[in-house]
Design a protein. Sequence first.
Length: 327
Amino acid sequence: MRARSGQHRARMVVAVLLGAGALLACHPQPSEEPEARGPSKVAWMPGDDKAESGDEEPEDDGSHEMLCHEDPEAPGCPWDRNAINTGPEGVWGNADPSSMPLPVARPERCPESAVMGEMIAVPAGEFVMGCDDLDSKVCGKRERKRVVVNVAAFEIDRTEVTQAAYQRCVEANACSEPGVGFEPTAACTNPVVNVSWKQAGQYCAWLDKRLPTEAEWEKAARGTDERVFPWGDEAPTCELANFEGCGLREAQPVASHLAGASPYGVLDMAGNVREWVFDREESRSRQPKRGIRGGMFTDPGMNVRAARRQWGDVSVSDIGIGFRCAR
C-alpha cells in the first residue's frame, strides 16, 4: 500500500510540473520580445508617492484636475488648507476662490426708484434764444439767429428718460423696444437711447406729456442770462458733463453730474446723450427733420453748448440720442 501511495504522489508532482510548463509556454519569457502596448494609465490621487508599477510618478488621467475643480481645498489641490502649497499656480491661478467676486444678480425688473420721473417747473417769461457770434468755433450756422422769445410756463423732466422708465412703457405695450443698447435690468438709470422721434413722442404721450419745443428746451437749459452752458460760461469739465474730454465714450447714469445743473435745476442738458425736441426744421416742407438738442459723450466741449442745434429724420435712432418730456 505504501508503495502504491508513493507512486501516486510522484504522478501528481509530474502533472503539476507539466501544467506549469504549459502556462509558461503561453506567456512571453524574459528572452522574448513583449507585445507593443500603449502606456498604462494609472489613476493618481493626492498622497500617492509612487505608482505600484515603478518609481516614476504615474501619468495623471485628469481625475486629479477634476477633483480640484470641484473642490479646490481638497488634499493636494491649489488651496489645500492643510498643507503649504509651494507649487505652481494650479487650476485657480493666483486668486483664492473664496475671495472671487460673486456673479452680479440682475433684477427681473428695475426698481421704481430708477424711473426718476421728477419734473421741474419753469416760469413764464422772455429769454434770449440762439447765438449770433460770427466765429464758427463759437456759433454754428444753424444758431446764428439771436432772438428774444416769450415762453409760457411749463414743466420739463429733471433728467433724461431712463431705461427703467421706458421699460414700464414697453411692459404696458404702449412703446416698442429701442434698438441696440436697451438693457434695463443691467443699466436701469442710464438714459434710454436708440429711440426714434416717433418712439420718444409715443412714450411722452403714454404719460400725458409731450416732447419739449426747442424754445422750452433751451430756456430750461440756459435760463434768462444768455449763459453758454447750463452751469454758466466756463468751459466744461468732467465734473460738469460727460463729453469727449472725459474719454468715457459711453452714456453714464442720469444725474451723475449734479454740478452741471441748469439755473432751474434741470440735469444733463449738456453732454451724456443728445435729445429729441418737437420742432421741425425750418424751410423744409418735404420729409421734414426734427430738432435734436444738447451734446453727447463723444462731442467736444463747444458742441455741448445750450444753443447748439441739430436735426434728424423722424426714423433715425442712435446710441447717442435720447429724450426727455415736458407738459
